[in-house]
Design a binder for this molecule. Sequence first.
Ligand SMILES: Cc1cc2nc3c(=O)[nH]c(=O)nc-3n(C[C@H](O)[C@H](O)[C@H](O)COP(=O)(O)OP(=O)(O)OC[C@H]3O[C@@H](n4cnc5c(N)ncnc54)[C@H](O)[C@@H]3O)c2cc1C
Length: 413
Amino acid sequence: MTDKEKSSNRIVIVGAGISGVSAAESARKTDQKARITIVSREPELPYYRISLTRFLAGELSEEQLPLHPQQWYDERRLQLLRGVEVTAIDVANKILSLGNQDTLPYDRLVLSMGAHAFIPPLQGGGKKNIEVLRTRKDAEAILEKAYTNRHCLIIGGGVLGLETAAALVRRGMDVTVVEAFAWLLPRQLNRPAGERLSGYVESLGIRLICGARIEMFAGEEAVTAVVLESGETLSADMVIVTAGIRCNSSLARQADLKVNKGIVVDSRMGTCDADIYAAGDVAEHRGIVYGAWMPALQQGRVAGINAAGGTADFPGVAPSYIIKVLDIDLFSIGEIHPADGSCQVFEEHDEDRYACFVFQNFHLVGAILMGDTSLSPRIRALIENRVRCREILIEAGSGRDIRERLQAGVGGK
Ligand SMILES: Cc1cc2nc3c(=O)[nH]c(=O)nc-3n(C[C@H](O)[C@H](O)[C@H](O)COP(=O)(O)OP(=O)(O)OC[C@H]3O[C@@H](n4cnc5c(N)ncnc54)[C@H](O)[C@@H]3O)c2cc1C
């Protein structure tokens, strides 16, 4: 190693999801000389994880999945090690151990290991044909079975569960979704919006069972049915579990970094070790693990800039979702399940759309838009900037009044 190389900043990024790739890109923009290496456990070129359901549905080919071609990394002098796992971090000596027995020194480290699908510990959980959808390999495994098996049971009526269900219906499968909560998308929707969505989902030929919990998986080697706590048995050739995620934080725990639900970071995405940053689904910022694409991208940028010697902050964002579930546009932000009577709730039910606005102390604190999400930028700005909305509320009697005032730009300026 030459002296020049020794003096340059060696930035290593663990994980090549959207947070890792955006960290690498912004580190390069900040420091032209740094030696930047991305270590990726997955063998493929980094890809759009959010597009896996469209891949499953046959709407996208595998060529359309990568974020960038290899040339993009070469042009930016980003060394991409694919199919290589980081197995340990020696923080005292600043060296990573790799699964291929190599070691990799670093000056600054960005941890962007993402998350894995959570499988509830149920009896019979180790059987064949119980699948998850997190990686391209998972999608390929599901597709192999989608051709040969008929009935698919999906556990979880969140966005991932519903999009997976729709994709497999398109592949000709018989699909049932089981949701433990009383309605769909409980994190993003209130009951009226969730029930409205149910009607649409059922119209696509997906069978829905809400308010039901799985007790166990039945079958010999492979799953053949699931048994609900009610005692009902539902036959299944394949089960796909979409019951949330857990951070891939074991490396950080072993290295004695502070970890709660995720690796605890400050607004610079710094961990408790001055030379280690974390971003994306593996990171916990102000108590929140976002588990979503845009925050992962933004956090990755901030981590990359800071790791390369620049200065950037992640301000936090109000947890929000702009989702297209099965062709229905949805927007959900902030407090949508007001816990007490201190909130005023306005709803608008229309044939094509539903809206709900939640106010507290003259401030908009949460909203749901379904069918027409054109107001989402204004709503986000009002919530994130904690704007007082007195004029919007004066003599407002319905959700329609609120929507019309928001559309007309009334108040809150
Ligand atoms: C099918 C699907 C659909 C989704 N749809 C949406 C959506 O519509 N909207 C939305 O906001 N979000 C969506 N998400 C969530 C979104 O994709 C994630 O929030 C985002 O991809 C997180 O990016 P990340 O870089 O933090 O982590 P990841 O994308 O999980 O990347 C982490 C990478 O690190 C690798 N890694 C882990 N440990 C190691 C190690 N020790 N050594 C080397 N590499 C390692 C992992 O294998 C992985 O490749 C969806 C997710 C899935 C699975």
